[in-house]
Design a protein around this ligand. Structure first.
Ligand SMILES: Nc1ncnc2c1ncn2[C@@H]1O[C@H](COP(=O)(O)OP(=O)(O)OP(=O)(O)O)[C@@H](O)[C@H]1O
Ligand SMILES: [Mg+2]
Length: 274
């Protein structure tokens, strides 16, 4: 028997990617690849560029240098129709939920199916029920968004993110604002969906403890750069002071807390800049 030697193409690969907002460099020469069919966490403090990272993957932003590859093709060099097809293969759970407030739970989940497919409505009905069942909310289909708890809303957003059977799902801070129980429910769902659907998941978060329990691979970012990566075990044991500060949630350490600014004296008019 001939053994295949073809190496699996990583579903997401950053090749020397830099990105700036105006003069501010947010992502600095980042080269990483995400292992297929695994859950990767991208850790980093607030403002380190985690959401920016996901927007580069989705092609909503373009790198100022380098390439972002999705399934071997450069997202930033694709023509729009190819980008549109690539996006259909990605599911996204947005940082702030972003459900349509005047639609029911059912219609929120049906939305991408109606928008992106020509499936008959009976089939859409069945698919929506399946997706809601997967997040334990089939019984809540007729509720309005306003009638949901924060944890339920997050699960509806998750059902919507998997509506089109994505190969890649990106979670932007999926645990923000949830109590510990709702957080565990979402964490378990992320893990269950990843293995049941055989997809690749990217979890962008500063919620370290809960994430380390469910992810396979971690990438730690600070100041727009990758400062370390490895398995949760390796990250826990890291001696890198920046990683340790982040993992332990310490305020004092090498990772700066402040958005870049003039010195305090200049800002208060005590001294002149320069
Ligand atoms: N549209 C924009 N224009 C200019 N600067 C922006 C814009 N969006 C984000 N930034 C800046 O880019 C940096 C990275 O932002 P990003 O949203 O990626 O951070 P983050 O790591 O997701 O933070 P958080 O954990 O708070 O969500 C921040 O300093 C932010 O101020
Ligand atoms: Mg963010």
């Amino acid at each position: 028997m001939v053994k295949s030697t073809t190496k699996a193409i990583p579903i997401i690969e950053f090749s020397s990617v830099s990105f700036s907002y105006g003069d501010r460099r947010i992502i600095k020469d980042v080269s990483i690849s995400l292992p297929p069919k695994k859950i990767t966490a991208i850790f980093g403090g607030s403002g380190t560029g985690k959401t920016t990272f996901l927007r580069l993957v989705g092609g909503q932003l373009n790198p100022s240098k380098g390439d972002v590859f999705f399934d071997g093709k450069s997202i930033n060099r694709m023509k729009y129709s190819d980008l549109y097809s690539a996006r259909r293969r990605m599911g996204m759970l947005f940082q702030f939920g972003a459900l349509f407030t005047d639609l029911s739970v059912f219609d929120n989940v049906a939305f991408p199916l109606r928008e992106h497919t020509n499936l008959p409505s009976r089939l859409i009905d069945d698919l929506v029920k399946m997706k809601l069942h997967a997040v334990g909310l089939r019984g809540a289909a007729s509720l309005k968004t306003a009638e949901l708890s924060g944890g339920m809303a997050r699960r509806v957003a998750l059902a919507r993110a998997i509506a089109l059977d994505p190969e890649l799902i990106m979670y932007d801070e999926p645990f923000t604002g949830l109590d510990p129980i709702a957080t565990s429910v979402i964490a378990n769902l992320i893990q269950k969906l990843n293995s049941a659907l055989g997809i690749t998941s990217v979890l962008v978060t500063h919620d370290v403890e809960v994430s380390l329990k469910i992810v396979d691979h971690c990438i730690v970012m600070a100041g727009g750069e990758v400062i370390g990566q490895g398995s949760p075990e390796e990250i826990r044991k890291s001696h890198n002071p920046q990683i340790r500060q982040f993992i332990k949630g310490e305020i004092d350490g090498p990772v700066p807390l402040h958005y870049p600014s003039e010195t305090y004296e200049v800002d208060l008019g005590i001294k002149h800049a320069g």
